[in-house]
Design a protein around this ligand. Structure first.
Ligand code: PLP
Length: 355
């Protein structure tokens, strides 16, 4: 059990109004959680303080070699006023998996959960309630040693910041257009692709800019070796419905193991929808498209939950999916997962945790 000190702000900000579009990641709540680490001392001084800038040495290691871990999950307000987190233990386990991969000290699971609950509770009034909105939670750890040599840091900051968010995609549940990248790669097996760390994102920016210039909102990555097998989308895992069966790339070491992905697999299994986790080549997708059996394509991630894909562009080929509308399975998954998150549908899996 952490002994978390709570220092409340004397100058609370005005809450965003119900009509504020809450553009993703732009508004932050009144408070944040922070805890220090030092080799020999462990994690210490857990506290909730007013949201504020932090001060670091320009030589802090995170600025130079990118030793940082982040997570993303959400809190929801139910109709009867309860605050729910969705499968937070999965995020905590994944955070520590990332930490191990990039030599950041682990954070005890129960302490991490306590920190999440505590800071969300303090800023509970910031959880928006309008359809499609939630409180996005961003835990992260940065290496803070003032040192330019390359080695794991001896000092870290673990922080949790909170941001009320509306629908992730401005297009809403309208299908997104996706660019299949055939020049750059995101990750390779043995690398850091399955860790949630900034390095994967910086590797993706060049392609994202290119895709945006071409009018596509997201990039779909192929594997880094053969440039042939489907991996995932920018910040989402990807699913295809081909001839009545759902397929998604198997976790192969270079794909981020999404919590939403896991939830979708669980629900499909429960509903008796055939689902396969396996290698999927881009040729297989294009073949299915040409045969008319590419029935649905959707991405899964905390931010958008389910994001239907309306168009895929691969080299000179444009694949139009579902004539630009959301498919029935995508819709059912979206309704079920958001229904559980909002406490509208009975949570038979014990996925939600009350704050
Ligand atoms: C976070 C993330 C996902 C989605 O994971 P969720 O736990 O479902 O939010 C997928 N891909 C990448 C690269 C990610 O960083």
């Amino acid at each position: 059990m952490l002994n978390i000190k709570i220092e409340k702000t004397n100058t609370p900000k005005e809450l965003p109004g119900v009509d504020n579009p809450l553009k993703f990641g732009t508004i932050f709540t009144d408070h944040m959680f922070i805890m220090n680490y030092e080799t020999g001392k462990g994690w210490y001084d857990p506290r909730v303080v007013p949201y504020q800038p932090i001060s670091l040495e320009p030589s802090a290691m995170v600025f130079h070699y990118g030793q940082e871990m982040f997570e993303g999950l959400k809190a929801y307000k139910t109709a009867d006023g309860r605050t729910l987190l969705f499968r937070p233990i999965k995020n905590v386990e994944r955070a520590n998996k990332t930490n191990r991969r990039i030599c950041i000290p682990e954070i005890p699971e129960e302490d991490f959960i306590q920190a999440l609950k505590t800071v969300v509770k303090v800023d509970e009034a910031w959880i928006p309630t309008k359809e499609g909105t939630s409180l996005y939670i961003r835990p992260f750890v940065i290496a803070t040693d003032p040192f330019l040599g390359v080695r794991p840091s001896n000092q870290y900051l673990f922080m949790i910041i909170l941001s009320p968010v509306g629908a992730y995609y401005p297009e809403g549940l309208n299908p997104v257009k996706i660019w299949i990248e055939d020049e750059y790669v995101r990750a390779v097996k043995g690398g850091i692709g399955e860790a949630k760390t900034g390095g994967n994102y910086v590797a993706s920016l060049r392609s994202q800019v290119k895709a945006h210039e071409e009018g596509y909102s997201q990039v779909l990555w192929l594997d880094g070796v053969d440039r042939k097998y489907i991996e995932e989308v920018g910040a989402m895992n990807i699913f295809f419905k081909i001839d009545g069966r759902i397929v998604t790339p198997e976790l192969n070491g270079s794909i981020l193991p999404g919590v939403t992905r896991d939830s979708v697999i669980g629900l499909c299994n429960e509903w008796g929808i055939p689902l396969e986790e396996r290698k999927i080549s881009i040729d297989e997708i294009y073949d299915a498209y040409q045969k008319g059996t590419l029935e649905e394509v959707f991405g899964t991630g905390t931010a958008a939950v389910i994001s239907p894909v309306g168009q895929l562009r691969w080299e000179q080929n444009i694949m139009q999916v579902q004539d630009g509308s959301i498919g029935p399975i995508s819709q059912k998954l979206y309704d079920t997962i958001t229904g559980i998150q909002l406490g509208k549908i009975k949570d038979t899996h014990n996925w939600t945790v009350e704050v």
